[in-house]
Design a protein around this ligand. Structure first.
Ligand code: 5GP
Length: 214
């Protein structure tokens, strides 16, 4: 049976189980801070039965809403660097002075099981993932306008105004990079979140059906 995902040799994970399928898809969801990508990501995860969300490692402290092991693995700088030194991440990024990384073995294990593996990561990380897994599929979430994005960042009440302005500046840059980098296959303008979730699910189902037919 053909292996549809291009695993780099160093990342192949042993022999196949009878329950493994070739249906694995690595889905990257990116977009600027405050665009609503977490809601969309979780909506996709809830609606596609074999999907799994990749819980990143981060050195940033948890917010009140964050749950360890669900939103992130919150780790010290030393733990992060140890994991990185042993090649434990597919990609890493430095954002707002903190480190973020996607755990490699877990992701490849899930792909081998035939699952839809969802990464919610930034453009820099997405570039690195695409270079390891060219078959990864990228969705970029856009705000209806820059003004709506700024309003949404304020509504989250997570940061003070100067941090919000910092995130807004970074968000504008992220959008420009997302458009230009060539990593993203689909752009979704998040006007109504339910419509965006529906569109993302449609896109995933279409790409999986097309790959099955290949
Ligand atoms: P936040 O701190 O607001 O949860 O996330 C900040 C940014 O980091 C978001 O754009 C999020 O998508 C991105 N991010 C979260 N986890 C990872 C990761 O493992 N790798 C990369 N490259 N970006 C991540």
């Amino acid at each position: 049976m053909t292996q549809r995902l291009s695993y780099p040799p160093a990342m192949s994970l042993g022999h196949r189980l009878p329950t493994d399928t070739d249906d694995g898809l690595l889905l990257i969801i990116s977009g600027p801070s405050g665009v609503g990508k977490t809601t969309i990501t979780r909506g996709v995860e809830r609606s596609i039965p074999d999907s799994v969300f990749s819980v990143s490692w981060t050195t940033r402290p948890p917010t009140k809403a964050d749950v360890e092991g669900v939103d992130y693995h919150f780790v010290s700088d030393e733990e992060f660097e140890r994991m990185k030194a042993r090649g434990g991440f597919i990609e890493t990024a430095g954002l707002y002075g903190k480190k973020y990384g996607t755990p490699r073995d877990w992701v490849f294990e899930q792909l081998k099981r035939g699952r839809l593996v969802i990464l919610e990561i930034d453009v820099e990380g997405a570039r690195q993932v695409k270079s390891h897994v060219p078959d990864a599929y990228g969705i970029f979430i856009l705000p209806p306008s820059e003004q709506t994005l700024l309003e949404r960042l304020r509504l989250r009440k997570r940061e003070d105004e100067s941090a919000i302005q910092g995130r807004f500046g970074a968000a504008r840059l992220e959008i420009a990079q997302g458009r230009e980098c060539g990593v993203y296959d689909t752009f979704i303008v998040n006007d109504q979140v339910d419509d965006s979730i529906r569109r993302a699910i449609e896109v995933v189902n279409e790409i999986r059906a097309a790959r099955r037919a290949r």
